[in-house]
Design a protein around this ligand. Structure first.
Ligand code: GKR
Ligand code: MG
Length: 421
């Protein structure tokens, strides 16, 4: 296609500081893991990607990486086939659909696809959103993603405590929100729930409503509520929420809740693969899907998901996990191209202190992010920062995220079983 071939693919695991944020599964550990992907063309041009850093995802990335050498950077079908061969011993054409291991393939493909697309756009001298079909907006709106949190990690993580302090009361949450809005200008709010009794979390929402009138609110208990509990508290949520995200854990349960809910239900937990679509629609289980290129299979798959949303009348929002600037740039470029990104996207970015890109952290303006200027993703690796974050990875014993074990250090006997309430 272009005459250029992939010469080298490098996957570097990194660990970066993460605050003690609370959720239904426990509390964030002191270090969050990611993989940084470099795809280098024979010409020396580089494409960047960022994926999960847990041991299993890393093993898949490392298994596929050497098989990508020699590929044309524009050959995304070839990329998918080679990853599929590396992980399952069969190409896409040889697999059933929805295929076994679909999510695993999507995770590995999504990570490399971003790097390939970044490289393609750099070869063409285009910003990535232009390669993806063109921008439909000037910038992508993000939401203030609020967490209850401890003041500090258990024990000494080897770095000073973050300066957000403890956030366990309604007043502390209002302060957290005010700071996040002052710093980044967000105009909508998402509260991570599933930590306390639902009634307490709803009081927090009411305090936020009073302090920030007119700001759309969401709560996400990550499946921490039973159907009965959700039905009990639904009346208290009437008129309060833009959407209710994953109150319960399964498509069947979400479908039950949806029959009684006055607000849309959203998910990044029950509809996470193409194969979930039929049941989602049959049960009318959710009305908003949170896209995430990291597990839906990349940026083009995210566009396909948004199109499915259009076809079936579902809203589209965007999910996040603790991440660095390469992922934020990728989320932003694809978000620029989605006509029906009807909600402000989630991002954990305000919680992160470390970066791997030159120039340090990207900055929100009025709660939105314009894609970093320049070809491709518009971000360049800071090699010193990458080496430091890789050094963190080598030093921390963490190899898989385990919020429950971390929580037991604070609350012995903590049980992450869901539904909790
Ligand atoms: O970072 O604690 C967290 C979140 O709870 C994350 O793990 C979720 O995947 O942000 C996510 C969500 O919206 O469910
Ligand atoms: Mg969620």
């Amino acid at each position: 296609m272009t005459g250029t071939r992939i010469g080298k693919v490098v996957v570097t695991p990194v660990a970066f500081r993460d605050p003690p944020l609370l959720n239904v599964a426990g509390v964030h550990e002191p270090w969050a893991l990611r993989s940084i992907i470099e795809v280098e063309a024979e010409t020396g041009l580089l494409g960047l990607g960022e994926g999960y850093g847990d041991l299993d995802s890393l093993a898949d990335l490392n298994a596929a990486a050497p098989m990508l050498e020699g590929l044309d950077p524009f050959d995304l079908n070839g990329l998918r086939d080679r990853i599929s061969l590396a992980l399952f011993g069969t190409t896409e054409a040889g697999a059933d659909f929805p295929r076994t291991g679909g999510r695993r393939l999507n995770v590995a493909f999504g990570a490399f696809e971003v790097a390939f697309l970044d490289l393609q756009a750099r070869i063409l001298g285009l910003p990535l959103h232009a390669l993806l079909g063109g921008a439909v907006r000037q910038a992508v709106p993000y939401s203030a993603y609020l967490f209850y949190k401890f003041a500090r990690h258990h024990g000494d993580p080897g770095y000073p405590a973050d300066d957000w302090g403890e956030v366990l009361t309604h007043a502390q949450m209002v302060d957290e929100t005010r700071r996040m809005i002052d710093e980044s200008g967000f105009t909508s709010i998402k509260l991570k729930g599933g930590v306390f009794e639902p009634e307490y979390e709803i009081e927090t929402l009411q305090a936020l409503r009073t302090a920030f009138p007119g700001y759309p609110l969401r709560i996400d208990p990550n499946g921490g509520w039973s159907v009965a509990t959700t039905l009990r508290v639904l009346p208290k949520l009437d008129g309060l929420l833009e959407y209710l995200e994953d109150p319960t854990s399964t498509l069947a349960e979400m479908g039950e809740v949806a029959k009684h809910a006055s607000m849309p239900l959203a998910t990044n937990m029950v509809t996470t693969e193409w194969g979930h679509f039929r049941e989602t629609l049959d049960r009318n289980a959710v009305q908003v899907i949170l896209s995430d290129h990291h597990y839906w299979g990349g940026l083009r798959a995210t566009q396909q998901l948004a199109h499915m949303g259009r076809v079936f009348g579902l809203g589209i929002s965007m999910h996040s996990n603790s991440h660095l600037g390469i992922s934020l740039a990728a989320m932003t470029h694809v978000g620029m191209t989605l006509p029906n990104l009807t909600y402000a996207a989630d991002t954990h970015y305000p919680w992160q202190q470390d970066e791997v890109i030159q120039g340090g952290k990207l900055r929100f303006n009025a709660g939105s992010l314009a894609p970093p200027p320049g070809p491709g993703l518009g971000v360049t690796l800071d090699r010193t920062a990458l080496a430091a974050l890789h050094h963190n990875y080598l030093n921390t014993g963490i190899r898989r995220r385990d919020d429950a074990s971390e929580m037991r250090k604070h609350v012995p006997g903590f049980n992450p079983a869901r539904p909790r309430f």
